[in-house]
Design a protein around this ligand. Structure first.
Ligand SMILES: NC(=O)c1ccc[n+]([C@@H]2O[C@H](COP(=O)([O-])OP(=O)(O)OC[C@H]3O[C@@H](n4cnc5c(N)ncnc54)[C@H](OP(=O)(O)O)[C@@H]3O)[C@@H](O)[C@H]2O)c1
Length: 284
């Protein structure tokens, strides 16, 4: 199988490139094709002629999207549409990585793929626009929604917590937003299994387990042996950010289970994540 990974230099893209060894995996980043430019995307896809395009490229700055909605929609909405159009034109299937932030967080049970989207912030709205574009233009497609990514190749929440713990004896972390942390290497593995199974439609992919950002931070520090750092829970209201976030964005595993795939508990992935950080010299 020939797979074109667009967004190959990002956190998830890097792990996909590292872990998918058995197929022909072709990386592309914004220097090969800026997804906002349909002609650049068409030229890349026509040259590579992949069986599948895996689109991880996105404008992922959630707060930045509030200040620059045009950029968020240009990349995540129109850019995704360009990739979907090129996939359809050149006979490639498309796997689009989307987000829990398409939901508003008012649910009292995990979100199913059949639940309506209602984003609270510009980033979520731009990714929802991307989903619509995929559904409209690339019929041979799969949309994988995921949440709270962490991986050694990016600068994600746990790395920020570890870095902050080096200079501050007490950290404050919000405790009233709940979701499922997802290790990018586990996500990469699940995406490959879905592609091999020729999955279509919407799938929710996260590690098992639910926690708040506060609980996530505590576990990271505990597993890194930094139990002396005190973590104080705070509310979202005490810690205002430009973008509103859903209070509850847990994604149900039912759609993934139907594909015969299970993903381990996020706490079991933390030791591997920490080891990856050590290998990269990011953690002593
Ligand atoms: N991070 C999370 O917590 C999270 C949660 C849920 C879903 N997701 C989704 O998961 C996917 C991967 O996230 P990530 O955190 O791995 O992303 P990331 O590290 O921010 O990487 C995104 C990549 O997108 C590329 N990109 C941005 N604008 C582009 C453009 N105009 N044309 C081509 N490439 C462009 C960037 O490439 P260059 O470096 O070449 O500019 C960057 O390498 C995204 O679709 C995101 O929406 C992320």
């Amino acid at each position: 199988m020939r797979l074109l990974v667009m967004g190959a230099r990002g956190m998830l893209g890097t792990d996909i490139l590292q872990d998918w060894k058995s197929d022909e995996v072709i990386p592309a980043d914004s220097t090969e094709a800026d997804i906002r430019d349909l002609e650049q995307v068409r030229s890349l896809v026509s040259k590579v002629r992949p069986d599948w395009i895996v689109l991880t490229a996105a404008y992922t700055d959630v707060d930045g999207s509030e200040k620059n909605p045009d950029l968020a929609f240009a990349v995540n909405g129109k850019g995704t549409e360009n990739v979907a159009r090129a996939a359809a034109e050149f006979g490639s299937r498309l796997f689009y990585v989307s987000t829990d932030y398409v939901f508003d967080g008012t649910s009292t049970r995990p979100y199913e793929t059949s639940d309506p989207v209602h984003p609270l912030n510009v980033y979520g709205a731009s990714k929802a626009a991307g989903e619509k574009a995929v559904q409209s233009f690339a019929h041979e497609s799969c949309i994988g929604r995921t949440s709270w990514l962490f991986g050694a190749a990016g600068s994600s929440f746990p790395e920020k917590i570890l870095r902050a713990s080096e200079s501050r004896p007490e950290l404050t972390v919000v405790s009233d937003q709940v979701g499922s942390p997802t290790f990018t290497r586990d996500l990469a593995s699940a995406i490959l299994q879905l592609i091999r199974g020729e999955a279509r439609g919407l799938v929710h992919i996260t590690n098992t387990g639910i926690c708040s950002w506060f609980e996530f931070a505590k576990e990271i520090l505990h597993q890194a042996g930094r139990n002396s750092i005190s973590v104080r829970p705070v509310t979202t209201a005490e810690f205002p950010r430009p973008a509103r976030r859903p209070a509850y964005s847990v994604l149900s595993p039912a759609s993934l289970t139907r594909c015969g795939i299970t993903v381990r508990h996020w706490k079991e992935a933390v030791p591997i994540y920490l080891q990856d950080l050590r290998c990269m010299g990011k953690l002593s």
